[in-house]
Design a protein around this ligand. Structure first.
Ligand code: IPD
Ligand code: CA
Ligand code: CA
Ligand code: CA
Length: 261
């Protein structure tokens, strides 16, 4: 289903207002005591801010869109098993470890897919106060600035971003990929890593991710003509974890070849 420009603009402006509020709430919470708990292990954290942001955003989504299904990280969403209708993705703090340890690279991410088609995505860079937003019907913007498709640089001409833990253990061919790139970095958060590829500051990014980690980034990357798939070149499964690869078209081809070699 294609929404009208009026409907798209209404959704976009509404979500931008929510994100403005979420940013203010997050900045205030950062000045106060953080309630930090461990999920699976000591590297998998959740804070009161993750939970509060998710509850806040999910309530906003439900009151705005009575037909919404929500896929979100911290347990306030739905148990979704298909992509029919309006499916919203929420990552209330992406890069919780960075957030807890006062590194600037963390984000709040929202995406809307309708009948499995990407419609709009939002990645809020909280510290720099920039919302990257857009979709196939409107283009991609950093606040009000329209972004162009990044240069189609090869892997050997740019920086590749990788998940630190998998790089350390040489998984998914990440060691070969890092060696072939001009340089490599570990940012420690999916949203801020996507933003570097979307704005042409990195040629590619790969990590194992859940749907809320890549849903918004995928909307923006596809809209800008970047390549996104799993590490074997297959389309991403929106309802389970994937080894995601987003890159310029040339770097995407380079990385797939290295992964398969
Ligand atoms: C995590 C970060 C991390 C990525 C993980 C994600 P979270 O998100 O984006 O960089 O490697 O796969 O789960 O848990 O901090 O929202
Ligand atoms: Ca998490
Ligand atoms: Ca995340
Ligand atoms: Ca998160």
């Amino acid at each position: 289903m294609t929404l009208s420009q009026f409907e798209i603009q209404d959704i976009n402006q509404t979500v931008l207002l929510w994100l403005d509020e979420v940013r203010k709430r997050t900045l205030i919470a950062m000045q106060q005591h953080l309630d930090i708990s461990i999920k699976r292990d000591a590297r998998d954290l959740v804070t009161n801010v993750d939970r509060d942001n998710e509850q806040f955003l999910n309530a906003k989504i439900r009151s705005y869109d009575s037909e919404a299904s929500i896929v979100s990280e911290e347990g306030f969403g739905d148990h979704q098993n298909n992509m029919q209708g309006n499916v919203w993705f929420v990552d209330p703090i992406d890069g919780t470890m960075n957030f807890v340890k006062e590194q600037a690279d963390f984000a709040v991410m929202i995406a809307l897919y309708i009948d499995n088609e990407p419609v709009l995505g939002w990645i809020l860079d909280v510290v720099n106060n920039i919302v990257y937003h857009g979709g196939p019907q409107v283009g991609v913007f950093a606040n009000q600035l329209r972004l162009e498709q990044p240069n189609n640089d090869a892997l050997s001409d740019g920086i590749v971003l990788l998940s630190g833990a998998r790089l350390l253990y040489g998984m998914f061919g990440y060691d070969k990929i890092a060696k072939a790139a001009l340089g490599y970095r570990v940012i420690g958060a999916a949203g801020p890593s996507f933003l570097r590829v979307i704005s042409g500051r990195a040629v590619g990014y790969s990590s194992k991710m859940m749907p809320w980690d890549f849903a918004a980034g995928q909307v923006l990357a596809k809209t800008l003509g970047l390549s996104i798939s799993d590490i074997d070149g297959r389309p991403l499964d929106m309802l389970s974890s994937n080894i995601v690869l987003v890159a310029t078209n040339r770097a995407h081809r380079d990385i797939l070849m290295l992964h398969q070699s």
